[in-house]
Design a protein around this ligand. Structure first.
Ligand code: FES
Length: 274
């Protein structure tokens, strides 16, 4: 059992949990994810690991209550325990020194998994420019944390309530237009956002890494649920990813599989709520 040490509301319906898991915290690297099951009947929920503290022995997750599984998770409190946490899963982010200038982009709650990556890049001595996007100021998360690990932070809001009015790609274009040499872009957020980032960098041939979040069931490469097309190949996000070269990703296929899943999730959510 894994005890919830801290529960914090980051923005409406978005929770941060610190979970006691010393052995997982020791092994976790930026970019990896976990699969959580709240109880025997609970569904398996894949979530990127938002943070980890090896000394204090905990990992952090950030999730939004969007479907049946995350609603049940959101009802737990500090001191409650989670039945299963399988982690760390997937490959770690490629981080090393002398990578140059890295633009770390997080959209919505995608800022959470970007945070340990930005921190890792920064600790390795790279220049980190972070772009954080949200619909409005009230739902922007982890700004203080991102500022602490970035050389520069740009914020965009869809409604202009804070920072640049527009999308993360508007901020990215500003960086490109000012002649900054960008060595790598890492983007995590809604699939449409990642696709837009990839299309923005493609003409400039800037290496762009995205972290995919397809349907995951077992997280071990056995069920095929998380398959994604990368160039000519079929890959499994759980074992081959979750990060991939964004310029090779078949976003159309990914989006249509996600739509199928969302319909099913909505049906189950209605069942939980009614
Ligand atoms: Fe089953 Fe990846 S989640 S193969």
């Amino acid at each position: 059992m894994y005890k919830i040490l801290k529960k914090e509301l980051l923005s409406p319906n978005v929770w941060l949990y610190d979970i006691e898991a010393p052995r997982i915290a020791k092994k976790t690297q930026p970019g990896q994810f976990l699969i959580i099951r709240t109880d025997e009947e609970g569904e398996r929920i894949p979530l990127t690991i938002a943070d980890f503290d090896r000394d204090k022995g905990y990992i952090s997750i950030v999730f939004q209550e969007v479907g049946a599984g995350t609603q049940v998770l959101g009802q737990l409190n500090e001191g409650d325990s989670i039945l299963d946490v399988v982690a760390p899963l997937g490959k770690k982010t490629h981080i090393e020194k002398d990578m140059g200038t890295v633009v770390c982009i997080g959209g919505g709650i995608g800022v959470a998994p970007v945070y340990p990556i930005a921190r890792g890049m920064h600790q390795a001595g790279n220049k980190v420019i972070s772009i954080m996007g949200a619909k409005n100021k009230d739902i922007l998360i982890l700004e203080k944390e991102m500022r602490a690990v970035s050389d520069e932070v740009m914020v965009t809001t869809d409604d202009g309530s804070y920072g640049i009015k527009g999308f993360v790609t508007n901020a990215l274009q500003q960086i490109i237009d000012r002649g900054e040499k960008i060595d790598e872009v890492i983007a995590i957020g809604p699939v449409v956002m990642m696709r837009s980032v990839v299309e923005a960098t493609r003409p400039y041939k800037i290496k762009t890494v995205v972290s995919l979040n397809p349907i995951m069931v077992d997280g071990t490469g056995m069920c095929g649920g998380c398959r994604v097309q990368i160039g000519e190949e079929i890959k499994f996000a759980c074992v081959d990813g979750p990060e991939f070269d964004g310029h090779m990703v078949d976003f159309k296929g990914l989006m249509s599989r996600q739509r199928m899943y969302k319909d099913k999730e909505k049906t189950e959510s209605d069942h939980v709520c009614n």
